[in-house]
Design a protein around this ligand. Structure first.
Ligand code: ATP
Ligand code: ZN
Length: 286
């Protein structure tokens, strides 16, 4: 047996594209031809297993794969012996209860005694129990949203992101029971070699995520405004200030967080910044 880190990812579905781009941005190359179930990286000690998302927690718990990328909703529902090693920030969605649009709904106690169709019986029953409620849970594996219209249940508990699927099935979202995103899960203790590879992978993932969340900013300002501007710009250590050829002017370089972006830009303009350039960062080593 070789000592590659075995990484399970979804073969095809809503997690696949973002999982593959994250791996690519980590500089890990492998051949991903259609129909392949397994592929070894050509430049990183890892091999990829392409699986159905539902099977990933089980394979990781059993040690068939060392780590996996899967929705947290599936991790909690499957309840296998795995730990969340890192949150990945994509495939964000929520698990919600929805009822027929025409149904009167006053609050959570309206769920008492009704029938609810779901592919997430464990998450749903945990939520109901926590709220001191009992309902009749129908476990179905797909097309949950049509259950009320065919008379199978009074309500559904299903994954929602925009809500458009619910809407087109005449349903309204009434309770959010779980918020999910893709996570990297790991199984039992890895041997030292594989743990070392996992640490390298996590380091790369964190650098990619930091770069995605930050932008590099360059601007020009009169020297009299530099203090005010550097007070606004945090920078990784502190902003870089370099003189321009024109006397009395400097260029300021720094890194800003995507979330603060527009507020910072407005304050910088008010403080006298000109010629502001904002550029993406490819990798950010923290
Ligand atoms: P598989 O064939 O692998 O079993 P699936 O049909 O069960 O796939 P997908 O629909 O591909 O699953 O969803 C995979 C995961 O992506 C879900 O468990 C959830 O974490 C997330 N997800 C589902 N729907 C959305 C959505 N609309 N937006 C964002 N993320 C979603
Ligand atoms: Zn699935």
């Amino acid at each position: 047996m070789n000592s590659n880190l075995r990484i399970a990812i979804q073969k095809s579905g809503r997690l696949s594209e973002d999982s593959l781009s994250l791996i690519k941005e980590c500089g890990i190359q492998f051949y991903n031809g259609t129909g392949k179930l397994k592929s070894e990286s050509s430049n990183f000690p890892a091999e990829f297993l392409f699986l159905r998302d539902d099977d990933i927690p089980g394979y990781v718990a059993d040690g068939v794969a060392d780590v996996g990328i899967v929705g947290e909703n599936v991790v909690v529902e499957k309840n296998k012996e795995v730990t969340v090693a890192h949150r990945l920030g994509f495939s964000k969605c929520r698990l919600s209860v929805a009822v027929d649009r025409s149904r009167d709904y006053h609050g959570i106690s309206d769920l008492q005694g009704i029938s609810i169709a779901t592919s997430y019986p464990r998450l749903l029953s945990g939520y109901l129990e926590k709220n001191g409620l009992r309902a009749d849970i129908h476990e179905i594996s797909g097309s949950v949203e049509i259950a009320p219209s065919i008379g199978l249940s009074d309500a559904v508990c299903d994954i929602v992101s925009s809500g458009s699927t619910l809407m087109s099935n005449g349903l309204k979202e009434v309770e959010v029971i779980f918020r999910s995103e893709a996570v990297l899960i790991a199984g039992q203790k890895l041997d030292a070699g594989r743990q070392g590879i996992l640490d390298k992978l996590l380091f790369r993932i964190k650098s990619v995520q930091a770069a995605r969340n930050n932008k590099y900013i360059l601007l020009n300002a009169p020297n009299t405004a530099i203090q005010a501007i550097t007070d606004i710009l945090p920078g990784m250590k502190s902003p870089t200030v370099v003189p321009l050829a024109e006397p009395g002017w400097s260029s300021v370089h720094s890194v800003i967080n995507e979330n603060d972006f527009w507020n910072i830009i407005d304050s910088l303009r008010e403080a006298g910044a000109q010629g502001i350039l904002v550029v993406p960062i490819e990798k950010m080593i923290l």
